[in-house]
Design a protein around this ligand. Structure first.
Ligand code: SIN
Ligand code: FE
Length: 292
């Protein structure tokens, strides 16, 4: 089973002790979730006023902010409310980026800050199609955003104001998961990848790696037998805590909870301390093919 590494840090800005830094790096790369029970993202009064699902758009799971383009999506908020949402997400993004760079200094130069999300909708009881259903165990792979092997590192904070935890399940190690699905992975289709890029479905071309990761994501979510029998642990992230993991590697399912902030980062495999532990290199070993 993937593990939980509990780290007692309680502030977003470094410097951090080197024992915490090296422990965090090793745990993260072996596929554990780093859990920070004392690292809460403090909300001011303006931010507390944004704690309601009415700020969503009724359709998207999350409100997302893209720091590169300044685009805010998934909300019907306008005017001053929209500005407050952007301000809250930008403040969280800055705190998250500072924290990750301070905790994982070996990553800092190579880390790309990607989307920030705010998740104001209760997970339990939401109804989605199987592939969008994050209550099923999965590794993250996004159809519209190929990574071509880069890692997806995410930091979550539970900002629930009434003490409600965010309940996850965490599954087996990536190697064991991928080995079971290997017969279903098949060969990637270069022509399909070119077509999707040409018609604008994907931002940049899907590599062979992206195609296999999507097959793993979709294969796991669609496989009801796997969903029922796969080993897992339950873990409740308390309100006022934060956690970090490679969601392209850690099998996870989010079962319940409301009000979280999340920051995504991308990282080149070459910037890892142990690139061989990446899904890219693991899948290359499993399939005997070069995938990047
Ligand atoms: C997910 O990445 O599957 C959802 C995690 C969450 O919202 O807690
Ligand atoms: Fe996910």
């Amino acid at each position: 089973m993937a593990g939980i590494e509990t780290i007692a840090l309680d502030r977003w800005a470094g410097p951090f002790p080197s024992a915490e830094q090296s422990g965090a790096l090793a745990a993260l790369e072996r596929g554990d979730v780093l859990f920070f029970p004392n690292l809460g993202f403090a909300l001011d009064d303006t931010m507390r006023g944004l704690l309601s699902p009415v700020f969503g758009d009724g359709a998207a799971k999350n409100i997302s902010f893209d720091p590169a383009s300044g685009m805010l999506r998934g909300t019907r908020a306008a005017g001053a409310e929209r500005e407050r949402l952007v301000a809250m997400m930008a403040a969280f993004a800055a705190a998250a980026a500072g924290f990750v760079a301070g905790l994982l200094p070996g990553y800092a130069a190579a880390l790309e800050r990607a989307r920030t999300s705010y998740r104001p909708v209760e997970i339990a009881g939401r109804v989605y199609s199987p592939l969008k259903d994050d209550t099923r165990l999965h590794v993250d792979a996004f159809p519209s955003t190929p990574t071509r092997g880069r890692r997806i590192l995410r930091l979550f904070s539970n900002i629930n104001p009434t003490g409600v935890p965010r309940r996850w399940q965490i599954g087996e190690p990536f190697a064991e998961f991928a080995a079971q699905f290997a017969p279903k992975l098949g060969r990637p289709h270069p022509a399909a990848a070119r077509l999707l890029a040409a018609v604008g479905v994907t931002r940049g071309r899907r590599s062979a790696y992206d195609q296999l990761m999507l097959r793993l994501h979709d294969g796991a979510k669609r496989d009801l037998a796997y969903q029922q029998r796969a080993p897992r642990i339950d873990f409740a992230f308390p309100a006022g805590s934060s956690w970090v993991c490679y969601t392209d590697q850690v099998l996870h399912a989010a079962l319940a909870g409301q009000f979280a902030l999340e920051q995504t980062f991308y990282l080149d495999v070459a910037a890892m301390a142990d690139p061989a532990s990446s899904p890219l290199r693991q899948l290359e070993r499993l399939t005997g093919r070069q995938l990047s």
